[in-house]
Design a protein around this ligand. Structure first.
Ligand SMILES: Nc1ncnc2c1ncn2[C@@H]1O[C@H](COP(=O)(O)OP(=O)(O)O)[C@@H](O)[C@H]1O
Ligand SMILES: N[C@@H](CCOP(=O)(O)O)C(=O)O
Length: 291
């Protein structure tokens, strides 16, 4: 029997659609695997009732198949599904690490990124790796084709999760299919600024680099209270705010001493918009581990 823990993640960071991601120190999923002749799954924890136990509908089923590693897989969800916090990816990353160990497959965590991404195709229609990469590797990650670049960063974050669900599949449908040259230039400048900020663990550069004129405005419309919550975070000291992943969570970057105030203001602004929410005061964290 092998147990692995894999963290929630926040993908895109505004300017890095399908490219950037960070591991969050918390929350996380825990996955336990035991050898079996065919794969079966049970799910407990946050939002378990919304997650299929049929291996064909669960990200971990695709991972077991890709590794040719049938197992009984128990998932304890710390990351609520349809959160924008890489819930489906956290299970896939933990399962990939645990099954690799259980069957002694010998893959490195970096090699497991493409395996875990197969799970994402099951739920969102695309094998985007921008959640599974940071969940497996930790830190700040950049996806380029099949390549992953990883950077250590120490940056404080607030992830504010409202009590509504947005499916990644639906939120991918509102993404524009093309962009103007002006938006392209702005996005490249912001993405480069964010990357420099991560390399320096500089919340000001990271926050400024999160601005995105293309994907985020389209997705903000799917989140009740988005603009008020964003304003509240900036008013209390956030250096940048964006939609986390496909939403509905919002991600704020800040200096460590502002984290509590930013978290409180975001929850309050959601409440004023009639939406319950909780905030994780977190930071860029490490990747999946065997327990
Ligand atoms: N192991 C899993 N953990 C979470 N969600 C899963 C899992 N397997 C399948 N799903 C499905 O994936 C969807 C949630 O994934 P997604 O929309 O990408 O949200 P998130 O941003 O939280 O990852 C839900 O429909 C859920 O039932
Ligand atoms: N790049 C993807 C990221 C989805 O993240 P999730 O946490 O919402 O699953 C996208 O933006 O669609």
């Amino acid at each position: 029997m092998v147990t692995a823990r894999a963290p929630a993640t926040s993908a895109n960071l505004g300017s890095g659609y399908d490219t950037f991601g960070v591991a969050l120190e918390r929350p996380a999923d825990t996955v336990t695997v035991e050898r079996a002749s065919e794969t079966s799954i049970d799910v407990t924890g946050a939002g378990a009732q919304y997650i299929p136990e049929d291996p064909d509908g669960n990200t971990v089923g695709a991972v077991a198949e890709a590794l040719e590693a049938p197992a009984h897989i128990s998932i304890d969800k710390g990351v609520r599904p349809a959160s924008g916090l890489g819930s489906s990816a956290a299970s896939a990353a933990a399962a990939a690490l645990a099954l690799n160990e259980l069957y002694d497959r010998g893959h490195t965590p970096k090699e497991l990124v493409s395996v875990a991404a197969k799970g994402e195709a099951v739920v969102s229609g695309t094998a985007h790796a921008d959640n599974v990469a940071p969940s497996l590797l930790g830190g700040f990650t950049i996806i380029r084709g099949d390549d992953v670049t990883r950077v250590d960063a120490d940056v404080s974050l607030v992830a504010c999760l409202p009590e509504v669900a947005v499916s990644t599949r639906d939120a991918r449908e509102v993404v524009p299919e093309s962009l103007s040259m002006a938006d392209h230039v702005e996005t490249v400048g912001n993405a480069a600024t964010l990357t420099a900020g991560m390399c320096r663990s500089d919340p000001t550069l990271v926050g400024e680099g999160m601005d995105d004129p293309v994907v985020t405005p389209a997705r903000a419309e799917l989140i009740t209270g988005y603009h008020a919550v964003r304003d509240a975070a900036f008013d209390t000291g956030a250096t940048g705010v964006t939609v986390s992943g496909a939403g509905p969570s919002l991600l704020a970057v800040c200096y460590p001493e502002k984290r509590r105030a930013v978290a409180g203001a975001m929850v309050e602004a959601f409440a004023d918009a009639g939406v319950g929410a909780r905030a994780y005061q977190t930071r860029v964290g490490r990747g999946a581990t065997i327990l």
